[in-house]
Design a protein around this ligand. Structure first.
Ligand code: ADQ
Length: 489
């Protein structure tokens, strides 16, 4: 990309996601403190040098007064973030309702809500209306800040309606959409009352991306079976117009994890953990406390392993770190109590006065503490019931170059497609199989561990988040150029 005088310019990228990558806390009428959360997407885009990224999204707080909105907008501008202001009612119907109660479980094969079918059916339409309204509010902000030549990259199931809103306003806008969750089989998607409208809205994008080839295939099948459109190797065709659909597996900023292991504070922490768990093999689970992560199933498998292998009882410890999410939702509260109950039972059955088999933390850990834990772990247990990709498995591998521990990985996580050859793959619903995998991992010869780790480490350090973002955006640019050429012909 060059200006007429030969100076390079960077293409502007508008990244639109439900949440901005910052947490905002109001300190006074006109004062806000902001903290950037260094998630995968932020690190991915910081590493992409050809693009100048701006973020558009909800700041996660309800700001109803004009003074507060103006002050927050100004503070966010310094972080290249642009807020979309959503009021409480919209957040309730769009975010808690349609996104998290309907799309999230459905896309993870948990079905539509069933507790009170009638109530769900009746409120369904109002939640979908709020969803469309919220997407339109995101579109208005994008349109206000869009400049010709920008690339607009929409993220996730919260914003499936956004490509349509954007293209209706400006059909020349370059619009990409990427889904971070699985896209389910078309037979699951077709149960959704708004199935067709949602598919058509996403198809307005120029490029649609998924983590795996399977999710892309499910999406194309949904479009052919539900909408009657034509699926081609490139994507979906509607009356001669092609929407590109492809797989773009995400990665992590592996260097950031590898470098962190050299930080003195992390090394100190590693030393402490090694002393603390000397003589025991360390198993680790790091998950958001969500139904899809299969935490109860993982604990039951560990219980079965301890039952069947008394000789390992005082030689192994499971550290389960679970960040609470959506704590106001009854189903999630039930999950928390269920997990606590199982942990209590296992520790009661197999603990001694000096040691317990499970250390369970209901909280988030800071980046350095997490890296230290990954580094001292002998076996990571990722047993999601469904998971778009699962970055914890990647982060563990990145921190294991000296230990070369074993990854036990659910075959229903997208990561199984990329790390499957190095991991022990399991069906997380089959507790007997997972218990056996724990035994296999504990007894695995060093040579085999080294070989498996090498495969995964090579993958994680070469398929990075930066590469993922670069590939998606350059494919989006190419797709638009090809479409323009087709029209000219
Ligand atoms: P998530 O469901 O959030 O992401 P995941 O990919 O595992 O799942 O990412 C979780 C992130 O949160 C990781 O970076 C991890 O380090 C961090 N984390 C989790 N528990 C933590 C804890 N207790 N303390 C500190 N940090 C913790 C969604 C999809 C995934 C997909 C990603 C990216 O559900 O399938 O891989 O988006 O596309």
């Amino acid at each position: 990309w060059e200006r007429p005088d030969g100076r390079p310019i960077r293409q502007r990228l508008l990244v639109v996601a439900n949440r901005l990558p910052v947490s905002a806390v109001r300190r006074g009428e006109e004062s806000w403190s902001l903290e950037i959360s260094a998630g995968g997407l932020v690190s991915a885009l910081l590493g992409v040098k050809e693009f100048e990224a701006r973020w558009i999204g909800w700041a996660g707080v309800n700001v109803s007064d004009a003074t507060g909105q103006k002050a927050l907008t100004k503070a966010l501008a310094e972080k290249r973030c642009i807020p979309v202001f959503l009021n409480e009612e919209i957040v309730h119907q769009y975010y808690n309702g349609y996104c998290n109660n309907i799309l999230w479980p459905l896309f993870h094969y948990l079905g539509l809500p069933q507790e009170d079918r009638l109530a769900t059916t009746r409120s369904f339409q109002s939640q979908f209306d709020a969803y469309k309204k919220a997407n339109k509010m995101f579109a208005d902000v994008v349109n206000e800040h869009y400049e010709e030549g920008d690339v607009v990259w929409c993220h996730d199931y919260h914003l499936m309606f956004l490509p349509k809103c954007l293209k209706e306003h400006n059909r020349n806008m370059k619009v990409g959409w990427f889904l971070h969750t699985p896209f389910p089989s078309s037979e699951i998607h077709r149960t959704l009352p708004s199935r067709s409208e949602l598919l058509r809205a996403v198809l307005s994008a120029d490029l649609i991306g998924f983590h795996t080839y399977d999710y892309a295939r499910h999406f194309v099948s949904a479009c052919t079976r539900i909408l009657g459109l034509e699926g081609t190797p490139e994507g979906v065709e509607d009356q001669g117009q092609l929407t590109r659909v492809a797989a773009f597996p995400i990665g992590i900023d592996s260097d950031r994890f590898i470098r962190a292991l050299e930080v003195p504070q992390v090394q100190e922490h590693i030393k402490e953990l090694k002393e603390r768990f000397a003589g025991r093999k360390v198993m680790l689970g790091v998950d958001r406390l969500d139904m899809i992560k299969g935490i109860p199933q993982k604990l039951l498998a560990f219980e079965k392993f301890l039952e069947e292998n008394p000789n390992w009882r005082d030689k192994v410890v499971l550290l389960q770190i679970a960040v609470p999410t959506r704590t106001d939702v009854p189903e999630y509260q039930k999950l928390t109590s269920q997990v606590h109950e199982i942990v209590g039972r296992i520790n009661g059955r197999f603990g001694t006065l000096t040691a317990v088999p499970i250390h369970h933390l209901d909280r988030s850990l800071d980046f350095h503490a997490l890296c230290a834990l990954y580094a001292v772990t002998d076996i990571a247990l990722v047993t999601s019931l469904r998971d778009g990709m699962n970055l914890v498995s990647y982060e563990f591998v990145a921190c294991q170059d000296s230990k070369q521990g074993v990854l036990i990985l659910s075959e229903f996580a997208g990561a199984a497609q990329s790390l499957g050859a190095g991991a022990i793959l399991v069906n997380p619903w089959n507790i007997t199989e997972v218990a056996a995998a724990i035994g296999q991992a504990l007894n695995m010869p060093a040579e085999e561990r080294e070989k498996r780790h090498r495969h995964n480490f090579t993958h994680v350090t070469t398929h990075t988040a930066q590469e993922w973002a670069e590939t998606f955006i350059s494919e989006l640019n190419d797709t638009v150029i090809e479409a323009q050429q087709r029209i000219r012909k």
